[in-house]
Design a protein around this ligand. Structure first.
Ligand code: NDP
Length: 426
């Protein structure tokens, strides 16, 4: 039964207008929302939660005028596991009460995947960067009804933005929702590598007491030169978190920060990434994947770094050259590499980063803590509400709209084919 006839009518007329050139809308079906989410925990769903709730945060994100998501309702329990298949991003009741159809799957690879099978009927595709539904030009061509590609999280480089623009698809993401989560993960990984935590923990777990083995690669972070590539939301949040460690903070960005921000955070600006990396001991990467950053960290650049430097990458794997990182760790040019982003995702079992020395890699998890999921699931509902009501989502959530880069997308992305591969991992 249709419990929200008004929204249904709005949606039908909106889809008719927007979709006139793309498809004939089936009145009896309303919107089909195809959600690609990561698999459930192996122990089953729901998990035994470690805590009962997540903290309530202030109305505004830190150092920002941007409010946290403001949907009209939160149809899930904050702090629950929403990003996996059974979590359904908390969308099932919200959508079905309005007469829409929700399809959820984790099966996304190859032409026989559930994702590919349902694409032709999808009006909206939602996925998270941790388990991206790669929307290549070929896939977009298979999706004549598609009007909205929504990233629950941040980063829309898994969508071919040029193809999305040509097809009139809106691409949106929930900007800022997990920026602090990633900054915390980056800070943790820096400390992990510099202090040699992972092997030391392994000795303890294995019943050993190998102090010398643990500390032969262990240093204090204090006094290190730490370089941040891109001082956006995550980069600045990392600087704020590292400052109390009494490190010397450096950064490179395409735009220099205001002097007062540099002073407040104790940041030294470098005119180029080349200049930055040769003057620091640790580099943490926080730029988007755009043509200028694609394979930026190759052997040539890494060889200019101080011997025994560390690279932390929680941005996108293709900003570094996979095998050049492995070679630099094996030669000792790099003392450590860590982060959570891989190419492709999920990484195959034989991906060399799983077995390379001195690494502190995790699967792509930094932006999908239960705290982050609460925010980006709420932001997903906010975007869907706007979309169903034919309101333009907030500018900060927009990547592509009306056939062009828009909002955050206009500031962050360019579209010469490399910035928005959309086909990674296929
Ligand atoms: P922001 O948009 O706030 O910051 C990005 C910064 O990168 C901006 O300051 C931008 O500068 C700068 N920039 C753009 N191009 C370049 C370039 N060629 N070289 C150096 N700097 C550049 O994004 P966030 O901080 O929120 O996120 C950054 C990235 O982190 C995302 O693009 C995403 O790929 C990744 N991410 C990873 C997550 C994870 O789970 N691991 C989760 C969330 C994000 P300006 O605007 O001045 O041009």
């Amino acid at each position: 039964m249709d419990r929200n006839p008004e929204a249904r009518e709005d949606w039908i007329s909106m889809v008719r207008r927007r979709g006139a050139s793309r498809s004939t809308f089936q009145e009896e079906v309303l919107a089909t929302v195809l959600c690609v989410l990561y698999p459930d925990p192996v122990g089953g769903y729901p998990p035994a939660y470690a805590r009962d709730t997540v903290p309530t945060l202030p109305e505004l994100y830190p150092d920002s005028e941007q409010t946290l998501p403001t949907p009209s309702e939160i149809p899930f329990t904050p702090g629950s596991l929403l990003g996996c298949v059974s979590g359904e991003l908390g969308l099932r009741r919200f959508l079905e009460e309005r007469g829409h159809t929700l399809i959820v799957t984790s099966d996304k690879e190859g032409p026989d995947s559930e994702f590919d099978r349902h694409l032709p009927e999808a009006d909206v595709v939602i996925s998270q960067p941790f388990w991206p539904a790669y929307l290549s030009a070929e896939r977009i061509a298979q999706a004549p009804n598609l009007k909205l590609a929504l990233t629950a999280g941040i980063g829309s480089d898994h969508v071919d933005l040029d193809a999305a623009m040509k097809a009139g698809i809106t691409v949106a993401e929930v900007t800022y929702s997990n920026s602090i989560s990633v900054a915390e993960h980056a800070a943790m990984t820096i400390l992990n590598l510099v202090r040699n935590f992972v092997p030391s923990h392994q000795y303890a777990t294995d019943g050993g007491w190998n102090i010398a083995d643990c500390v032969e690669r262990s240093y204090d972070l204090e006094g290190f030169d730490v370089g941040i590539v891109a001082a956006g939301r995550i980069g600045r949040a990392l600087a704020k978190r590292l400052k109390p460690f009494d490190v010397n903070l450096h950064y490179f960005d395409t735009h220099r920060l205001p002097e007062e921000t540099e002073q407040e955070l104790g940041l030294t600006f470098h005119e180029s990434v080349q200049d930055l990396v040769r003057n620091v001991d640790v580099v943490s990467i926080h730029s988007p994947l755009v043509p200028a950053t694609y394979h930026l960290f190759d052997r040539e650049l890494i060889d200019t770094m101080r011997r025994g430097s560390y690279i932390i990458n929680t941005a996108r794997a293709e900003i570094v050259v996979r095998d050049d990182v492995v070679a630099a760790l094996e030669s000792g040019q790099l003392a450590g590499y860590g982060g959570d982003v891989w190419y492709p995702q999920p990484a195959p079992a034989d991906h060399p980063w799983r077995s390379m020395p001195n690494q502190a890699m995790t699967p792509h998890i930094s932006g999908t803590s239960l705290s982050a999921q609460t925010r980006y699931a709420a932001g997903t509902i906010e975007v869907l509400e706007d979309f169903f009501a034919e309101r333009t989502p907030r500018q900060e959530y927009l990547i592509v709209d009306g056939g062009a880069l828009a909002g955050t997308g206009a500031a962050s992305y360019s579209t010469d084919g490399k910035a928005s591969p959309g086909s990674s991992g296929r």
